[in-house]
Design a binder for this molecule. Structure first.
Ligand SMILES: [Ca+2]
Ligand SMILES: [Ca+2]
Length: 328
C-alpha cells in the first residue's frame, strides 16, 4: 500500500512538472506572438527573445536585460545580503560621439602624409582613450585618394601618393563602444602647383652666334621642368622648337632654317619658352644672335670691288656659282 502511494505521488509530481513545462512553453509562445504583433522594433524583439531563451542557461551564460540608467547594479544582478562587502556599478547613459565639420586646403605635392587632424570627441572619455575599446573613426564616403588613420595622439586624414587638383568632400563616421555614431564632413581642397624650371632661372642668351647659312637642325639648350602633372613645353618662334629627350627638354633650331635665318633682316632671334601643366604655366625668354655668313672676297682679284656686297650671297654654294659665272 505504501508502495502504491509513493508511486502515485511520483506520478503526480511528474505530471505537475510536465504541466509547469507546458505552461512555460505556452507563456513563451504567447510572448513571442506579442512581440511580433507589438509595434516594437525587430531588434527589441530579438533581444527579449535572447533574454527569455537564456533563462534556461547557467547564470554565467545568460543574457541580461539592459540595466536602468542611474541605478546601482550588483555584479550578481541581485542584492548581495550574504557578504559584508559587495561590488557593483552605477549605470550611466552613453553619450554620442561628436565630429566637427571642417575643411582644409593642401597642394597637390602632398604624398602619403597626414594632412588634417579630425576633431572627434566623446563625453565618455574612456571611449576615446581605451585602445581596445572598439571606438572607431572611418571614412564612410569620399574619394579613394584619402584615408583615415589613427596614431597615439588622435585620428588623421592621410593623402594619397599622387593627388589631382579638385574639391573632395569626405564623410567621416565615429562609432563608440555602445554602437552610437556621429558623422561629419571634412572638405579637402587640393590646389595645383605650377611647374618649375630646373634650373629655376633658365639661360636667356645663347652663348655663341648662329650663322645665317646654317642648314642643319641643332640642339641649342637643354633644361628640365618639375611638376606632378604631365608637362608640355613650346616656343613661340617658328624657326625653333622644343623637343623632349628622355625626361629633359631641348630647344632646337629647326632644319632648313637657312631659308629663314637672315642676319640682314633679323640679327637677333628672340623667343619665349612656355611650359604648362594644363592649368598653370611658366615662361622664360631666349635670344640667339644670328651672324652674317662670310663670303670669300674676290672683288679685288676680279677688279670688281664690292662684288660680294652686291651678291650678298646667303648660301656659300650660290655665291660660288655666281663667282664661277663671273670668272667665265
Ligand atoms: Ca560614447
Ligand atoms: Ca602642377
Amino acid at each position: 500500500m505504501m508502495m502504491m502511494m509513493m508511486m502515485m505521488m511520483m506520478m503526480m509530481m511528474m505530471m505537475m512538472m510536465m504541466m509547469m513545462m507546458m505552461m512555460m512553453m505556452m507563456m513563451m509562445m504567447m510572448m513571442m506572438m506579442m512581440m511580433v504583433t507589438m509595434t516594437t522594433t525587430t531588434t527589441m524583439a530579438t533581444t527579449m527573445m535572447m533574454i527569455m531563451m537564456s533563462s534556461f542557461l547557467p547564470a554565467s551564460q545568460r543574457v541580461l536585460a539592459a540595466p536602468v540608467v542611474g541605478t546601482e547594479v550588483p555584479w550578481a544582478m541581485t542584492p548581495d545580503t550574504a557578504n559584508t562587502f559587495a561590488a557593483g556599478a552605477v549605470v550611466t547613459a552613453n553619450e554620442d560621439p561628436v565630429i566637427v565639420d571642417d575643411s582644409v586646403t593642401i597642394s597637390d605635392t602632398k604624398t602619403s602624409q597626414p594632412i588634417f587632424t579630425i576633431d572627434v570627441t566623446d563625453a565618455d572619455t574612456t571611449d576615446l582613450v581605451a585602445v581596445t575599446s572598439g571606438f572607431s573613426v572611418t571614412k564612410t564616403a569620399g574619394s579613394s585618394l584619402f584615408s583615415v588613420f589613427k596614431n597615439a595622439t588622435g585620428y588623421y586624414i592621410r593623402s594619397g601618393a599622387s593627388l589631382s587638383a579638385g574639391i573632395y568632400p569626405l564623410t567621416i563616421t565615429a562609432t563608440d563602444r555602445c554602437g552610437d555614431t556621429a558623422t561629419g564632413t571634412i572638405t579637402v581642397t587640393v590646389t595645383n602647383t605650377a611647374p618649375v624650371f630646373v634650373p629655376v632661372s633658365l639661360q636667356t642668351i645663347h652663348p655663341t652666334p648662329i650663322s645665317d647659312v646654317t642648314t642643319t637642325a641643332s640642339s641649342l639648350y637643354t633644361f628640365d621642368v618639375t611638376d606632378t602633372n604631365p608637362i608640355t613645353c613650346t616656343v613661340d618662334n617658328t624657326k625653333f622648337e622644343i623637343k623632349t629627350v628622355g625626361s629633359a627638354y631641348e630647344l632646337w633650331l629647326k632644319a632648313g632654317s637657312a631659308s629663314t635665318l637672315n642676319h640682314d633682316v633679323t640679327a637677333e632671334e628672340s623667343m619665349t619658352i612656355t611650359c604648362s601643366d594644363g592649368t598653370d604655366q611658366i615662361t622664360s625668354s631666349y635670344k640667339v644672335d644670328i651672324s652674317d655668313a662670310v663670303c670669300v672676297d674676290l672683288s679685288r682679284a676680279l677688279g670688281k670691288r664690292g662684288l660680294c656686297k652686291i651678291v650678298k650671297c646667303r648660301l656659300r654654294l650660290a655665291c660660288a656659282v655666281r663667282l664661277y659665272a663671273i670668272f667665265l
